[in-house]
Design a protein around this ligand. Sequence first.
Ligand code: NAD
Length: 484
Amino acid sequence: MKQFHNFINGEFVATSKTFENRTPVDNQVIGLVHEAGKVEVDAAVKAARAAVDGEWGRMSVVKRVELLHAVADEINRRFDDFLAAELADTGKPHSLASHIDIPRGAANFKIFADIVKNAPTESFQMTTPDGGTAISYGVRSPLGVVAVVCPWNLPLLLMTWKVGPALACGNAVIVKPSEETPATATLLGEVMNTVGIPKGVYNVVHGFGPNSAGEFLTTHPEVDGITFTGETRTGEAIMAAAAKGVRPVSFELGGKNAGIVFADADFDKAVAGITRSAFENCGQVCLGTERVYVQRPVFDKFVAALKAKAESLKIGPPNEPGVGLGPLISAEHKQKVLSYYDKARAEGAIIVTGGGSPTMPAELANGHWVQPTIWTGLPETASVIREEIFGPCCHIAPFDTAEEAIALANNTQYGLATTIWTSNLSTAHQMAASVQVGLCWINSWFLRDLRTAFGGSKASGIGREGGVHSLEFYTDLRNVMIKL
Ligand code: NAD
């Protein structure tokens, strides 16, 4: 049986308390995860502190950048190991993980190392009240010991998107991967040792949230900052923990994202784009679209086209050729998604397609499969329009004017992302200026330039990461004023 150990101070650490890691494809146990208690979390925090105060903290940026490039190269050298680990944990299609999760996971180390190497700080010259001159400039120092609490939907990618910039800035990290997906964070420990990242710079503690590694880590007084990706409700709990000691947080939280399709859009591209944003990764993408608004002249045609696309998605295990839809992450999550399928039915939705679980071959029957699902006909007050489901489903409603589309899109507590489809440049700019989100895609979705800001508005997050914005969180900016 595969063992997933904690990684503390450069060593793999077993504990007496373990929990099962199951693959969502057939619910078989694929390993045992060693849960960290307070002792292991404390050891990881101490190791991280020693790293920041020691060799790592004193290392030149050039040397640090060199090492982080080596981390990326080593992930790519062990691409197949990372891919296999991610596929076993998540069950997502091979085509998706091999194009997005693993390559982007590796790239996060190179890109942020280069950003940090090249990022300038401010500098001003001023005249002083006595007629003299002074110059002032900024100096960035690492935040220190950073807790990185991660979700399960894109395990390696979302973890390295935090760990890459944190390490590039000279911090040491303690990663708490999701209890559902312990594998790639653990594997990364091997990579760190292979390329010579000093002990204690990268640590992993396994476990759950409340009364487990997540809570022990985020309440630990020696943690200097917490970066978290996950549900808004969990963010509230972590923010309360961070209040003690007034520690900074960076939060990427839930969403209930709108997709808006204008009648003048390139129809086929819009259908393809919404198909991806609604169903990719089995709908388990924070940036995904669960509310679609389509301008009335093309509404019926769009609903029919999206239905055809959803029904053409092949459901199956990662390595089966042509698979477009994997399972949900867990039995618990499947139950949650199916409860929304039931609610939609009870609230009077027209079920355009799906609405339940598919019939799978016997060997996959215990996997967490659900059908891609499309609804129409619900009022904006319906549960499936208000609450984040995180499954392969969306509701489609018609709209008439841009003003109406803006009002519909903004009518939510969340503000993460939107995808807008139009061929009219003025409409695109008008919409981009009016939607209350951190990320606005026009005629695209999930297209990212890592030099730019990423994050959510309203209940979808606090702060921005990406490019130099990551430095705002992962460093402390000191002003130096010199009177000449
Ligand atoms: P989750 O909030 O349940 O768990 C995330 C992590 O927090 C896990 O590692 C979990 O163990 C830990 N945790 C839970 N309770 C905790 C506590 N009290 N203290 C400390 N740690 C705790 O989220 P999830 O189900 O893993 O992921 C899905 C959610 O993540 C969705 O809401 C999705 O929208 C969101 N998400 C957001 C983004 C983004 O960029 N905004 C990206 C991906 C996922």
